[in-house]
Design a protein around this ligand. Structure first.
Ligand SMILES: Cc1ncc(C[n+]2csc(CCOP(=O)(O)OP(=O)(O)O)c2C)c(N)n1
Ligand SMILES: [Mg+2]
Length: 384
């Protein structure tokens, strides 16, 4: 079976998986404005689920590493921001919600696209500019989008997705739909004005919005303490309540997301500050070692790696051996490399594709194609 195609992604519930249960204690969390609420401190898993998490996390990790190599070989051009180190956040969130819940994020979006249903082939093809890519090779790394599973991108303007995510929450409430909008942003974006404007409205109108601040401790080369007067991001949308916790634990992310979903549908917005770390530099043009030292990166890899945590649980509970896991890792790596070979043979979009998907393809609507210079703009129907 192809490890990448798992149609049930994001909609399997632990309850339906059966198998004997393994009890897990979750780490502690800091809370704000949630007095008297019971924040999850434990959960259960089982062998099948642990193996599933291991495979999904490893697929995302391997995919990001392959993208790194393709970029360095100049087979991928343009912007590219990698997510390795942070995978437990995307995964834990998806395990706590369904595809009926909206998801929107910034430009570090490959893994979100994967978990919302894009195949590894579509993602790599998109980055390599191929027609078989998720957005037909015309969006690239920062602009994944998948309406079918309510994934609204992929946004390059820091913080811009926060207002849009709040709008998605408004729409859910307006339609009386019992779902949430998960609006993800970074510690850098947390300093953006529009986040506060949007969160103010969300609080006033009690919108079902879960603001997820992925605190990876840096905004490009600026550490949180150099960029923020208060680094308590979970408190900063006051009066919106908040929770801060270590998000390298996929189970903690899952359980706190479930709690937040229930809370948010009934009572309004909530902010989850998820502490994490990115292994790569900010983007491909940043080696990532001028503003932080190698020792810091190594410490995270050694002590807080999200995949290592799952691996440890698998081995400790004798679900599989270290050797079994190595084999699975190798298989996933091989499959991704084979995928790259296939993508290399895929076609690029042609000149006709350039003006497709620009506006709705309704023959009755007047299409206006804006050129780089205004006087080079035109109506394909010949009216200008
Ligand atoms: C409005 C705006 N300002 C500046 C930039 C340049 N920029 C791109 S990413 C980034 C840092 C954002 O950091 P953070 O929100 O912590 O996200 P991370 O990259 O750590 O995931 C900046 C300043 C931008 N894209 N948009
Ligand atoms: Mg950051």
């Amino acid at each position: 079976m192809n490890t990448f195609v798992k149609k049930t992604r994001g909609i399997i519930s632990t309850a339906t998986r059966g198998f004997s249960n393994i009890k897990l204690k979750l780490g502690t969390a800091d809370t704000f404005n949630l007095e008297g609420r019971k924040i999850p401190t434990e959960t259960e898993t089982n062998g099948e689920e642990l193996m599933h998490y291991f495979k999904e996390l490893t697929t995302m990790r391997r995919m990001e590493i392959v993208l790194d190599n393709l970029y360095k070989a100049r087979e991928i051009r343009g912007f590219c921001h990698l997510y390795d180190g942070q995978e437990s956040i995307a995964m834990g969130i998806e395990e706590g919600v369904t595809f009926e819940d909206c998801l929107i994020t910034a430009y570090r979006d490959h893994c979100q696209a994967y978990l919302r249903g894009d195949s590894v082939h579509q993602i790599i093809a998109e980055l390599m500019g191929k027609r078989t890519g998720s957005t037909k090779g015309k969006g690239g790394s920062m602009h994944f989008y998948r309406k079918k599973t309510n994934f609204y991108g992929g946004h390059g303007i820091v913080g811009a997705q926060c207002a849009l995510g709040t709008g998605l929450a408004f729409s859910l409430k307006y339609k009386k739909q019992p779902n949430v909008s998960i609006t993800m942003y970074g510690d850098g974006a947390a300093n953006q004005g529009q986040l506060f404007e949007a969160a103010n409205m969300a609080a006033l109108w009690k919108l079902p919005c879960i603001y997820v601040c992925e605190n990876n401790q840096y905004a490009m080369g600026t550490s949180t303490s150099r960029g923020a007067a208060s680094t308590d991001y979970y408190k900063r949308l006051a009066p919106v309540p908040g929770i801060r916790f270590e998000a390298n634990n996929v189970f903690a992310v899952r359980e706190i997301t479930k709690f937040a979903k229930e809370y948010s549908i009934k009572e309004g917005p909530i902010c989850l500050e998820m502490k994490t770390y990115r292994y790569h530099g900010h983007s491909m043009s940043d080696p990532g070692v001028t503003y932080r030292n190698k020792q810091e990166i190594d410490e995270y890899r050694k002590n807080k790696d999200p995949i290592a945590l799952v691996k440890h649980l698998i081995v400790e509970n004798k679900v599989a051996s270290e050797d079994d896991l190595k084999e699975i890792d190798k298989k996933i790596k091989r499959e991704i490399e084979e995928t790259v070979d296939k993508v290399r043979n895929d076609p690029y979009p042609d000149s006709e594709d350039l003006i497709k998907d620009v506006y709705i393809e309704d023959p009755k609507s007047l299409q206006f194609i804006r050129g780089v210079e205004y006087d080079k703009s035109f109506f394909p129907q010949g009216k200008f």
